[in-house]
Ligand binder design. Sequence first.
Ligand code: GLN
Length: 197
Amino acid sequence: MKVSVVGVQGDVEEHVIITKKAMQNLGIKGDVIITRKFGAVSKSDVVIIPGGESTTISKLIFADSIAEEIIQLAESGKPIMGTCAGLIILSRFGDEQVEKTRTKLLGLLDVKVRRNAFGRQKESFQTKLQMKRIGEIDAIFIRAPVIEDVGEKVEILAKFEDKIVAVQQDNILGLAFHPELVSTKVHEYLLSLAHNL
Ligand code: GLN
């Protein structure tokens, strides 16, 4: 199995390390690569878009046509996960900050996101979350977005208080928090979508 982590900006290494561990746990053989250029995504079985700055990540993936490759791969049914800024990039609609900065989104998840949705006090925090199909996980939120609206095909996987923070639409997973910093559980679930475990 080949997993590509989009590595133009953000917490890329953390995703690589945890994906390798998740593969080991599941006994899956394969490679995890960091990709910054057009070409690698279309040969991947799974793609991860990390957290970072959505404005920067968007500019770089659209400048180099990685964006088009991700859209094509998603349409072919391969699993794709975006975390935090990666969730924003996967979404169809953004808030006024997304519009003001003219951040282009991939539109693969039929949701509306709000950037930096937690107040100053709560800019970064860790909490336990109950995730559908995955169970209890520790979730770290770092200047995280929330999902404000979801379309019919979108399944809500987790809420924090009354806020939607994790969703799945067929082969696309979007998380407002950072699963790569705490455990392999979410990555194992993502890999299982590709591997039909
Ligand atoms: N606040 C960032 C943004 O809106 C996301 C933060 C993150 O990915 N940790 O792009």
